[in-house]
Design a protein around this ligand. Structure first.
Ligand code: WQD
Length: 343
């Protein structure tokens, strides 16, 4: 069965492609490679020993997208493609609205035209906004606080409206918490452009010597040690969650939404300490001011996904950090690394 994966060469997309191929699906990747590296898909082929089709297309290219649907028999779509940097979205809101909204609307129009009405949508815990109530449940009021989060919120509403207009549509939104880690092979992983915004790639770049020290953004939050608490989830657990959601959309109609998190929060200092314990590598850091827009605590109530999708995270923080480090150690410059690949 052919599944189209938009943004399939990205961090979560490439890991999900591995799970799809291993589960026997035929994978078609559509990606414009603006924020990812084609090499990730070569490595997906190496890891799985399976082929996948790759179309270098921007989702805003309606004609190109129609060709993909015309020449293949797509049964469902997992939609990852989109800009995802919170800080950048504040600087360039139009860039984010045009790309994230425009590309998804074009995708849905082409899906509708070809009678493909099954989608797993990559959403985010940022739709919850700043809230004191943790753990976060899917039903709480939503309130994005940045353009990136607002694109996810608006797209969830657009996809709801599409189902209201045509109840043959089946869409599942997955609200990710903090994806971390890499495939156990170390051949694929998180490969941010430039200086990492997120905590764990920043830590691994300090560990490998690319960056001098970590800035801990504030230790005066109302948490057990004053630093921000987040729900870190292994990217391979996320990938499995997408397969469960795909099964759901292929066999049901309707709209469903699930948190993909572990339900366990860890502070920044706990992440640093765990990384040092797992790798034996000290991570120099300094406490600096809070990062604008950051919230104190965010972690999921993952009960709904467990009960309805039969999914729960299997891997713990040590696994995440061990796997993140293996990827970084094997690929000092990310996918552009000339480092020897461990066969
Ligand atoms: C985690 C914690 C920081 C970097 C973001 C997006 C979210 C989602 C996941 C897309 C916080 C602290 C970080 C650093 C630090 N992406 N930190 N020093 O902000 O929880 O979520 O990524 O869906 O939309 O908002 O993740 O990794 O940036 O921060 O102290 O150099 O680490 O303050 O407490 P965040 P993060």
């Amino acid at each position: 069965m052919e599944i189209l994966v938009t943004g399939g060469s990205g961090y979560i997309g490439s890991h999900t492609c591995i799970e799809l191929l291993n589960a026997g699906f035929e994978v078609i990747v559509v990606d414009n490679f603006c924020n990812s590296n084609r090499q990730a898909l070569e490595r997906v082929r190496k890891i799985t020993g399976k082929k996948l089709k790759i179309y270098e297309i921007d989702l805003l290219d309606r004609e190109g997208l129609c060709d993909v649907f015309y020449h293949n028999s797509v049964k469902g779509v997992i939609h990852f493609a989109g800009f995802k940097a919170v800080g950048e979205s504040v600087q360039k809101p139009l860039h984010y609205y045009n790309n994230n909204l425009g590309s998804t609307i074009t995708l849905c129009e082409v899906m509708q035209e070809f009678g493909v009405k099954k989608m797993v949508f990559s959403s985010s815990a940022t739709v919850y906004g700043p809230t004191e109530t943790v753990p976060l449940k899917e039903e709480i009021p939503l309130e994005a606080t940045n353009p990136y989060g607002r694109t996810k919120l608006i797209l969830e509403q657009i996809l709801q409206d599409i189902h209201v207009a045509d109840n043959e549509w089946s869409t599942t939104f997955l609200r990710y918490f903090n994806p971390v880690g890499a495939h156990e092979s170390g051949l694929i992983g998180e490969d941010p452009n430039g200086i990492p915004n997120n905590l764990t790639p920043y830590i691994t770049q300090v560990a490998i010597g690319k960056l001098n020290k970590l800035s801990v953004f504030g230790n005066d939050y109302p948490t057990h040690d004053g630093t921000g608490v987040r729900d870190y989830i292994h990217v391979m657990d996320l990938a499995v969650g997408h397969l469960k959601a795909l099964d759901q959309v292929l066999t049901n109609n309707g709209v469903n939404v699930y948190n993909l998190g572990t339900g366990q929060g860890y502070s920044v200092l706990e992440v640093i300490r765990t990384f040092e314990e797992v790798t034996g590598i000290p991570i120099p850091f300094e406490i600096t001011g809070r990062r604008p827009g950051d919230i104190a605590i965010s972690y999921a109530d993952p009960t709904k996904a467990r009960l309805e999708l039969g999914w729960h995270a299997q891997k713990g923080l040590e696994d995440m950090l061990r796997d993140a480090w293996r990827w970084q150690e094997m690929n000092k410059e990310g996918y552009l690394s000339k480092d020897r690949l461990i066969p």
